[in-house]
Ligand binder design. Sequence first.
Ligand code: AMP
Ligand code: MG
Length: 490
Amino acid sequence: MTIAWPLATDQTFVDQLEGLYVEWSAASVPEPTMLALNTDLAEELGIDPDMLSSPDGLAVLVGNAVPAGAVTVAQAYAGHQFGGYSPRLGDGRALLVGELIDRHGQRRDLHLKGSGRTPFARGGDGKAAVGPMLREYVMGEAMHGLGIPTTRALAVVATGEPVMREVVLPGAVLARVAASHLRVGTFQYAAATGDPDLLSRLVDHAIARHHPQAAEADRPALALLDAVVQAQAALVARWMLVGFIHGVMNTDNTTVSGETIDYGPCAFMDAYDPATVFSSIDHQGRYAFGNQPAIMAWNLARLAEALLVLIDDDEDSAVAAATEVLSRFPEYLARVHEPAMRAKLGLDPDREQDGDAELAADLLALMREHRVDHTMAFRALGAAARGDVEPFSGLFAQPAAVDAWLGRWSSRLGPDRVAVGAAMGRANPIYIPRNHLVEEALAAATDGDLAPFRQLVEVVSQPFDARPGLARYAEPAPDSFGPYQTFCGT
Ligand code: AMP
Ligand code: MG
């Protein structure tokens, strides 16, 4: 069945990148029921939300129908997973439906996840459960609200089918929108085919779509690498500023657009500790909070390797040029992180002064030593700027431990403390998707009650605006919640 739908008339990925996908159709879904619809995103895409909720809309959102003219494909990619290389991953349970042009003229992918087994499914069942798909929805909206580049959920639709995990769970399909689904692993796959034409088509496609200025460079593949290094350094800087832990930073989960993708075992850190790991399978702490910049740099080196043959005919020259670009990663990260950290502290983001970096480092060291909640501490610091110090110092078991730091910090603030506090309130979120609240909302949704999920999405979508009646969304997990664990790909 095909349905009229506002897709772009061209499907650039399918048209330009034969060799990087398999044409494939979704498994049919017996009883699609809308669980969550992102009306803001629908409007941004120029799609009528009522159309999406209609039987025709639901049919496209689960893959029972295909928009007129669209060819649905499973994308091929490789990837380093926890450091080990898999030459053939690909969309095991996902399909690219097509491309849309949004209201800002940007091309966006519409993609389904949980739409049945594909030739890349290996042992997997091709399905997804309601909880993890809603998790992807709420985490993506939280990131979007925080101003962090991200893929976003357009809808989560229940399938009416059970999926077998450790227990039987209700199934769902996620309709996801992304600037593209090109990953570092896409380049690894293309390079490994040994077909220079395929790799070069992929480079041209990625440049046109995400980093058009690279087309003008002497060596476009090198300029693409530089642009991706910048975009990903900026992205990781933003994760670090809000305490986000991706949890599975494999090269197949690293985009070239610079958007956060694949919200599996991710979570926001509560007590500040760079060693924090939530993922149940990350035994070595490879993807711990504090390791994220180093891991991203490692992933970008894998992208550089894939691009070498297009950077220079002479391998030594190609390696030298790529190494120089990769070496810029710390500088690109600092370029975003340092001004934003100054803003979090109420200092001038546009002008660095002696001692700014030490002030930030010393605060983080105190927070780590006293296991203080990252989000609450920065938010309470805004109140401290306005003279109300107790909410901040009260977060520390021995409030006197922060007196000296507070004195040093306070002497650095500008004279208009009300303005400083207000600016800090725009740099430090009050509401993040706290682990206990996410789990509570997903458990209720799995049992058929979507109210806590909807409320959580609404709260975290506006993370900087304190609103009455939402105090519990700003509080840490109760002790009874215990140590937190997250799970991959379910
Ligand atoms: P991830 O690291 O979770 O993004 O996924 C790694 C790979 O596993 C990708 O190739 C996915 O398509 C595949 N995968 C994950 N879950 C399933 C599933 N239930 N069925 C088929 N493939 C899956
Ligand atoms: Mg993935």
